[in-house]
Design a protein around this ligand. Sequence first.
Ligand SMILES: [Zn+2]
Length: 285
Amino acid sequence: MLSALTEQGTKILLLENWSWNELATLRKKEVFYCPVCKNRVQLRLGKKKRFHFSHVQDAKCDVEMEHESMNHLEGKLQLYYWLESQGIDVEMEKYLPHLKQRPDLYFTYQNQQVALEYQCSLISPSTVQKRTNMYRRHGIYPLWILGGNVLKQKKANFFSLSTFQSMFVTNYDEQMQILYYCSDTKSFLHVSPLYPFSKMTVLADLHSSPLEKTILPQLFQPKQLSLYMYHQQWCSKQRKWRMYMNKTNDRQMKQFLRFLYENQLSYVPPQACVPLSSSFFVETA
Ligand SMILES: [Zn+2]
């Protein structure tokens, strides 16, 4: 994490205004505490890695402490400066005691409180759901942005979507999308609109927008769609799937094929394979 309290209760935020020497001096004369659980934390000063605080071993923290990778710390800081450059009063790691939550970034935009969670590590779908519901119940908009490291492009415009990633699909203006941010390339990656091909595979466009050329409301704008591309790739994938579906190891699918065969239903009607964004809501297994 990037924030801690001193013995006197002064909040230390590890923004880019600190030099290594300044922090090394501070570390010699100060003891640091977690603003949430008040346990001791250590100031870590790597020469290559981002400066950060971490709990001493075995410390129990009220806020679930997920493993924070360097990508996470870098990205969180980049997003902080990005919001600040747009005149938004943003707070880093603000603890919300009534919710027992500490979003990565917290700000108000057009009278709407927003909790930005930059998620680079896997957490359980129930944790995501619980946190989302809690923010919403308290009138806070949860803005989840996944780490670019989680994005898995298979081939052409097909992407792997795990159950974890599916939790972050958001409907913006009738378009299903997932938002990622890559701290290495300093770019947002919008995967949108999403058309599920199977439970784990979606057809979608990948739109990349550099951080410096993007402003907050652009994250929620619908993206241009190439219908031609979608049609071509969907049909090609369907063709292959139909040709090789007899090789599947899926027991349910085998039973279904047997049913079709025994009832002399050689052809599945084409309507069965029409891409629909709403099929995202259909759980297939
Ligand atoms: Zn703590």
